[in-house]
Design a protein around this ligand. Structure first.
Ligand code: PLP
Length: 393
């Protein structure tokens, strides 16, 4: 009998990957599957970014790089923050990491241990809770409510802070709901945090360029009063259609920077060199591919919402950001996970049940509209046929 640490009895996972695997299995059997499951852009990485990686390899960038990333890339990230949000960030506070997830992994490891509490959004990205559980800390859900447009409530989040709270995780634009936190709410939250100077904040802003209906993304780095305890998570996966490149970055307060640098040295040494040059080209090159993709998501978003409203028992709040819709299915009578799995097995439509994003996800399903309008119409059409012909189980 091998004795691994207890954390592995508690660690969870991301069911979107299991659904992706099952969808691929069914497709391999010859089934016609439409996937609105996994959250990744259906666009290719723009060609100039791919070329930059190829050139980096041809130029001999085959070796280790500094643990926290090549200097020009960290400088480009700092310049990008300055251009987009008017904030000063030192390249010396930036870590380039292998994907967005690594920042949450590192931040949660730094603060989580038995006796500690970590607040996280529910429904929210499942890895937050999973990693909190892994460390032995107590996961404390911050409810994300439909009646609130799936925006986070500062008052509710602040009311959950106790002397044991070490870290608060925020995410806007949000997965799985598409909710966007308005500036007024962020202002309120940051003001309230004055009373809790020993609580760190991790702001997951990986969908920051995907906002619609005139909403503006509010970057937490623009609040000087929390800069000494703010960890900012971002990356290239979504914005530049680079999920498989495994490229992310984070901004750390000075007091935590040595922790992330040492963790990098211990765990991944550095992010693979050609991908770093690709990421540099992404930030410094033309941005029209990003704008085109976001404009396309915006169009599809409207299609998703209007098509979902035609289905019996389904209503859907209009998502303001990211590329997810989180329709309410309570009036169909179906349990969310059962509905999702039956739709995949019987109708060939891959979506994710709300409970895969937290306890408060029951009664909802997540559809990713990172798929063509044609496929979205087909998938929702099949959902309609399914709901009209099958009794709730
Ligand atoms: N944060 C959120 C809210 C996400 O939805 C995702 C991916 O789905 C990530 C982080 C992780 O991104 P990456 O694929 O770069 O690890």
């Amino acid at each position: 009998m091998l004795h691994t640490i207890d954390g592995f009895n508690r660690i969870g996972e991301e069911n979107a990957f299991a659904v992706l695997a099952r969808a691929a299995e069914l497709a391999a059997q010859g089934r016609d599957i439409v996937s609105l499951g996994i959250g990744q852009p259906d666009f290719p990485t723009p060609p100039h970014i791919v070329e930059a990686a190829i050139k980096a390899l041809r130029d001999g960038h085959h070796g280790y790089t500094p643990a926290t990333g090549i200097t020009p890339l960290r400088e480009a990230i700092a310049a990008d923050f300055n251009k987009r949000f008017g904030v000063e960030v030192s390249p010396g506070n930036i870590a380039v990491v292998p994907g967005g997830k690594i920042t949450m992994f590192a931040a949660i490891l730094m603060f989580g241990e038995p006796g500690a509490e970590i607040l996280y959004p529910d429904p929210g990205f499942p890895i937050y809770r999973s990693m909190i559980e892994f460390t032995g800390a107590k996961p404390v859900p911050i409810p994300v409510r439909e009646e609130n447009g799936f925006a986070f409530s500062a008052e509710e989040a602040l009311s959950l802070i106790t002397p044991k709270t070490r870290l608060i995780i925020l995410n806007s634009p949000a997965n799985p709901t598409g909710g966007v936190t308005p500036k007024s709410e962020v202002d309120k939250f940051v003001a309230g945090m004055d009373k809790h100077p020993n609580v760190a904040i991790m702001s997951d802003e990986i969908y920051d360029q995907m906002v619609y209906d005139g909403e503006k993304h509010v970057c937490l780095l623009t609040y000087p009063s929390i800069r000494d305890r703010l960890i900012l998570l971002n990356g290239w996966s979504k914005t530049y259609a680079m999920t498989g490149w495994r490229m992310g970055y984070s901004v750390w307060p000075q007091s935590l920077y040595e922790n992330i640098r040492k963790l990098a040295v211990n765990a991944w040494s550095c992010v693979n060199a050609p991908s770093q040059y690709a990421a540099l080209a992404a930030l410094t090159g033309p941005q029209h591919a990003v704008h085109k993709m976001v404009a396309e998501f915006d169009k599809r978003r409207k299609v998703v919402v209007s098509e979902l409203h035609k289905l019996p028992g389904i209503s859907c709040a209009t998502p303001k950001g990211a590329f997810y819709a989180f329709p309410n299915i309570k009036n169909t009578g179906w349990k969310a996970k059962k509905l999702a799995s039956s739709l995949l097995e019987e109708s060939g439509v891959a979506i994710i049940g709300g409970p895969d994003f937290g306890i408060l996800g029951e009664g909802y399903v997540r559809l990713s509209y990172a798929n063509s309008t044609e496929n979205i119409m087909k998938a929702i059409g099949r959902m309609g046929e399914f709901l009209s012909s099958r009794k709730a189980a």
